[in-house]
Design a protein around this ligand. Structure first.
Ligand code: BGC
Length: 561
């Protein structure tokens, strides 16, 4: 049931990564639900419309909570269901919306369903919940096929019988501790309808659906060798870089584990579950699918409401590429009546304040560390990040922000090896650093222990010693700070209703410039080094100080049209 408002079409949605947001329980240097509840007013002050929480469910935390052992409870490290209810109440009192993460592709190996499967006979109903298969080779000693895990290494692990003899293999597209469910099994579908209702009944406004392109695998699980460039963590259809795939190229090769056509019947089913509820509940797909026209299938009118625009996220800071991806995005999403989304950072990618200044190729999910080539210059990265954000927040549609980007946080590159926790790091023997560098607990107060993250001074990943200037309280009320630039941008975005507007290209600015008009606002982004002459107009927002009538390089300005 919708009442016609459709808040999600233009919403700015702030991603909270619970373990790194705020340690309210003050126990172990890990963020939690109490910490979120306490800090929500800061997000209202920032001016966002909704929050999305990464998983806080019962989990052994082998993949930071994306390995769920109980979908209907809160892990004690984050609090209790009562803490969740208190947080949900506060979110809504403050006029925000609440989206939670749903992880349907796989469970934790500690989930009761998987433990029962392991304890049951081959061919049993319990085993049919997951993807168990006999091995190949003379004695089943080889995996059922050649698929690799997204985190590195084989996508199959062999089970061991209680008497120590080897048994069947099970599929895990991610870590060994994350067995894939078998979505061909109606029992699995029924469980997830119940899980959706459990959280909808508790008042959530929607779900961000993890690995929403992966649930259905091609019949027969055929071998597949990805093209050399296809190293993306989410396992894009093909490597997304450097070229954005044109919408017309719908025939890009599809691996047998991603973007299978029948996955859509699941989302149609969920759409109808959400329709049982009032209040415009939403589904947002985390689907690494190219081209955008194919991704748009996830947001057809009877499926999900939104899909993350990773093509946009992966576009280099170069005006021609930016113009192209914006065009392709608006064309693809508009063709199915959905809003485009825009995103620059999340918990799986190098923070854009660092990524946009990398000088060497860095496949998504590999991360950057002390030995990475092409490390970014911090000042340049921040300058580009501010310009890129100012461009993004002027685009029509819905935008996602990742906690800490409003502070201009860079990726933490020099984490000590022994502190790293991403399974990618372990599964590749340290060859890929993984995603810990964007997950370091965020700084609230410049002078407090752990920068105010929690009262104990502890933090589950070490915070850099030079983060005082990034702390929220060091930027609050300081004109020109990154925090104040975000606040101003969000306020103007609301005032001019930019999210519901359009983008009309303005020609004549040269190759390095992205220039468009959205209603009453003219947006000019200079991705090059040479200065650009500005038209006469009242400056509403500038990502850097402007010269007299001049737009410097790596700077975005909003003018009153
Ligand atoms: C999540 C990752 C997670 C993976 C497996 C992703 O797409 O965003 O953080 O590791 O799914 O659940």
């Amino acid at each position: 049931m919708t009442n016609g408002n459709e808040w999600w079409r233009s919403a700015v949605i702030y991603q909270i990564y619970p373990r790194s947001f705020s340690d309210g329980m003050g126990d172990d240097g890990l963020g939690d639900l109490a910490g979120i509840t306490e800090r929500l007013p800061a997000l209202v002050e920032l001016g966002v419309d909704a929050v999305w929480l990464s998983p806080f469910y019962t989990s052994p935390q082998k993949d930071a909570g994306y390995d769920v052992a109980d979908y209907c409870d809160v892990d004690p490290i984050f609090g209790t269901l009562a803490d969740f209810d208190a947080m949900e109440k506060r979110v809504h009192e403050l006029g925000l919306r609440l989206i939670v993460d749903l992880v349907p592709n796989h469970t934790s190996d500690q989930h009761r369903w998987f433990q029962e499967a392991l304890a049951s006979a081959e061919g049993s109903q319990e085993r049919a919940r997951y993807m168990f298969r006999d091995g190949t080779g003379d004695t089943g000693e080889l995996p059922p096929n050649n698929w690799d895990s997204v985190f590195g290494g084989p996508a199959w692990t062999r089970t061991i019988h209680p008497d120590g003899t080897p048994g069947q293999w099970y599929l895990h597209l991610f870590d060994t501790s994350q067995p894939d469910l078998d979505w061909e099994n109606p029992w699995v579908r029924e469980q997830f309808r119940d899980i959706l209702r459990f959280w909808l009944d508790r008042g959530v406004d929607g779900f961000r659906v993890d690995v929403a392109h992966g649930l259905i695998k091609a019949a027969g699980l055929p071998d597949y060798t990805p093209p050399a460039s296809g190293g993306s963590m989410g396992g894009g259809i093909v490597g997304l870089e450097p070229e954005i795939v044109a919408n017309a190229e719908l025939d890009t090769p599809t691996p047998p584990y991603w973007a299978q056509e029948r996955v859509h019947e699941i989302y149609r089913d969920w759409h109808s579950v959400l329709e049982e509820y009032d209040g415009e509940r939403v589904l947002c797909a985390e689907a690494w699918v190219e081209p955008l026209a194919k991704l748009a299938r996830w947001v057809r009118p009877d499926e999900m409401q939104q899909a993350f625009n990773f093509s946009y996220l992966e576009t280099p800071w170069e005006a021609p590429a930016m113009r192209k991806v914006i065009d392709l995005s608006l064309e693809a999403f508009t063709s199915v009546g959905a809003p485009s989304t825009w995103v620059l950072s999340n918990h799986d990618v190098v923070r854009h304040a660092s990524r946009l200044a990398l000088t060497a190729e860095n496949p998504q999910g590999h991360g950057i560390g002390p030995k990475s080539p092409g490390k970014p210059v911090r000042e340049l990265g921040l300058r580009r990040a501010r310009a890129a954000t100012a461009l993004m927040l002027a685009l029509p549609g819905s935008a996602y922000l990742y906690q800490g980007e409003e502070l201009g946080l860079p990726e933490v590159i020099d984490l000590p090896d022994e502190s790293r926790q991403d399974p990618t790091w372990f599964r590749t023997n340290g060859e890929r650093y993984g995603r810990d560098g964007c997950r370091v607990p965020i700084p609230w107060e410049a002078e407090a222990p752990s920068y105010g993250f929690g009262p104990t001074g502890k933090s589950w990943l070490p915070q850099p010693a030079d983060w005082e200037p990034y702390a929220r309280d060091a930027q609050r009320g300081v004109a020109g700070s990154t925090l104040e630039m975000y606040r101003l941008a969000l306020a103007i975005r609301t005032q001019h209703d930019l999210g519901m507007g359009g983008a009309e290209w303005l020609p004549g600015y040269g190759d390095d410039v992205v220039a468009f008009r959205n209603g009453g606002v003219t947006v000019i982004a200079n991705t090059g080094e040479a200065v650009v002459e500005l038209p006469i107009g009242q400056v509403l927002l500038a990502s850097e100080p402007l010269g007299d009538g001049i737009l410097p390089g790596d700077t975005t300005v909003w003018l009153r049209s």
